[in-house]
Design a protein around this ligand. Structure first.
Ligand SMILES: Cc1ncc(COP(=O)(O)O)c(C=O)c1O
Length: 354
């Protein structure tokens, strides 16, 4: 059984949510690049989700996550990420705006210079987040450092709860069932706009990290019975269980809406085909194709994509046009997930864009 966009909205409307952004975000055609590439290329501007200059995909997830934290009476929210994490920064402002204390554990991939605090870390400070930096131990990978920070956060929560506080623990990227609801809403909004324009998209491209955005979009696509091929471009190394985990997030989010059952899941791991050919040499490490993609989009359409996430996804889209994986004449939508604060971050992350 499939649902209309109106029915999907009605079901989402029954769940706890707090308004954080400006929706709908714009969806429009990129005329110059479309002509240059021989496709019909549209962009969905989820970098404009609000409520300050630095929107991005996490705002949609946080509407449900912070909505739930408020409904449960939480006075603290905890989350995790790298030092320049977009997700951590957006969690910080979303919590602060709702009178909840944000506590963030940041894995220090790049060394922190106390005399030169910038980009997302600067914003975290402006919003008075409680910040814990976790330096990698010798020989420890980024993933291991992050794992360690999750445990430290959980212990911290236990201490606060023993004192009578109520805390919500938000995973990296806001990637849980509640957060994934945000992109069921996001793709519903996209299809409402596409229907109004009379466009049916063959392909949707976006950057993937924690997998929460991808999980929500796939749940929404299947729920609405659409056939757009979703190509999720990975910004980091992803393990074998990635698609399986995303499918469980999709089905978990749908279950919160009262849809589906464990015997008949609406989303299967095989639905996902995350592409990890474009993130090299590593997370937060720039590459030349991405630098070129950033410059092309900036110079033809005036739009900025970042070197860590959306720039890598856009470089994949360009490569797929070149190699025929996107056929000429296809209707393609690029979901811009934000991340522009990185232009003001450390040179190591930024690369050679200037
Ligand atoms: C700008 C940007 N794009 C895409 C993503 C990936 O989204 P997700 O973590 O939901 O996969 C992130 C995650 O932090 C991000 O900051």
């Amino acid at each position: 059984m499939t649902y209309t966009t109106k029915e999907a909205r009605e079901l989402l409307g029954k769940l706890p949510k707090t308004d954080l952004g400006f929706f709908p975000t714009p969806l429009y055609k990129l005329d110059k690049l479309s002509a240059e590439l021989g496709i019909e290329l549209y962009i969905k501007r989820d970098d404009f989700t609000g409520s300050n200059l630095f929107g991005g995909n996490k705002t949609r997830k946080l509407e449900y996550l912070i909505g739930k934290a408020k409904a449960e009476g939480c006075d603290h929210v905890f989350t995790y990420g790298a030092v320049q994490s977009n997700h951590a920064m957006q969690t910080v402002w979303a919590a602060a705006k709702n009178g909840i204390k944000p506590v963030i554990y940041l894995a220090a991939i790049v060394p922190i210079d106390e005399n030169d605090i910038k980009a997302n870390l600067l914003l975290d400070r402006i919003y008075d987040a409680e910040i814990h930096y976790i330096e990698p131990l010798e020989g420890e990978s980024f993933m291991d450092t992050e794992e360690r920070s999750f445990k430290m956060g959980e212990e911290h929560i236990k201490r606060l709860e023993a004192e009578g506080h109520k805390c919500m623990n938000i995973p990296v990227g806001g990637a849980d069932e509640t957060g994934s609801l945000g992109y069921i809403g996001g793709i519903t909004e996209l299809y409402e706009q596409a229907d109004a324009l009379g466009v049916e998209f063959d392909y949707l491209y976006h950057a993937t990290g924690s997998g929460g955005t991808m999980a929500g979009m796939m749940a929404g696509r299947n729920l609405l019975g659409r056939s757009t091929v979703i190509r999720s471009i990975s910004a980091m190394e992803i393990g074998r269980s990635y698609a399986k985990h995303s499918a469980s997030l999709s089905n978990g989010a749908l279950a919160l809406m009262g849809i589906g059952s464990p015997d008949e899941p609406l989303v299967k791991a095989e639905d996902f085909a995350p592409d990890d050919n474009y993130y090299a040499p590593g997370y937060e490490i720039p590459n030349e194709a991405t630098t070129k993609a950033i410059k092309l989009l900036a110079k033809t359409e005036g739009i900025l994509v970042d070197p860590v996430y959306s720039g890598k996804a856009f470089s994949a889209l360009l490569d797929h046009v070149k190699t025929g994986k996107i056929e000429q004449g296809s209707k393609v939508v690029f979901v811009h997930t934000g991340g522009a604060t990185v232009f003001f971050a450390e040179k190591e992350i930024l690369g050679d864009v200037f």
